[in-house]
Write a protein that binds this ligand. Structure first.
Ligand code: DX5
Ligand code: ZN
Length: 229
């Protein structure tokens, strides 16, 4: 199986919000490939989190080279993709379940020179995004491995076959996983074909974040593609 770059991006939802810049630098110094930013509106998911001002502040304080990976768990991502890109988002991920014109929003994200990602909730079937992927309209597919809304939940292993199904369509595209990703679940997701590990609690709450990320990346590389049908 073709190898893809294995990336690990900490989800800042689990960072110390009173010391966000310090925690982000700690993660970047430890080898993070970018920072995952969870945006929640209290409607699409039952929680509130960060807005464009946080992305803008991170871009300003961390500089131009840090990849900001912005996950919009909001009802109208079509209205907010632009402010997040203007604030400094490199990748904008929207949900296939969002009640808006999803293909058009993805097109607009790319037109603003950002990477466009499509996200699927645990219960959403792979076929709902098949045309978007096979027609080359997305740069990344995010398979949620928890129900979106909160950090610290348990990994839903039933999502693994869906990851393998999507990987079979495209051997090179980025497939990320988000929710309950740790040293046990990350290699399972990699075995199914995921190559971007988004992890909050397991990294920011680790005793040694650098060791945790290095080991996670190595275990994922070793397992990548091994459980594909
Ligand atoms: C969940 C968010 C995740 C969350 C992951 O709705 O999209 O990015 O921060 O947190 P952990 O790794 O703690 O499950
Ligand atoms: Zn997320």
């Amino acid at each position: 199986m073709k190898t893809v770059p294995m990336k690990v991006m900490p989800s800042i939802l689990a960072a110390d919000m009173a010391n966000l810049e310090k925690d982000c630098r700690r993660a970047l110094d430890a080898g993070a490939d970018g920072l995952h930013v969870d945006v929640m509106d209290g409607h699409f998911v039952p929680n509130l989190s960060m807005g464009p001002a946080v992305v803008e502040a991170l871009r300003h304080s961390l500089g131009p080279d840090v990849h900001l990976h912005v996950h919009l768990m909001i009802t109208r991502p079509d209205r907010y993709a632009e402010p997040f890109i203007k604030a400094g988002a490199d990748t904008v991920l929207i949900h296939i379940e969002s009640p808006c014109d999803v293909p058009e929003t993805l097109r607009q994200i790319r037109a603003m020179n950002a990477r466009a990602g499509i996200t699927v909730n645990p219960e959403t079937a792979a076929h709902t995004i098949r045309d978007l992927v096979t027609e080359g309209r997305v740069d990344e597919i995010l398979c949620m491995t928890v129900h979106p809304g909160f950090g610290g939940q348990s990994f839903i292993a039933e999502v693994l076959p869906k990851i393998a199904e999507i990987r079979a369509w495209d051997g090179a595209i980025d497939i990320s996983v988000d929710g309950g990703i740790d040293r046990i679940s990350a290699p399972q997701a990699a075995a199914a074909g995921a190559n971007v590990m988004l992890a909050g609690t397991s990294l920011f709450h680790a005793k040694h974040i650098q060791q945790e990320m290095t080991d996670m990346r190595a275990d994922c590389l070793a397992q990548y593609g091994t459980s594909r049908p």
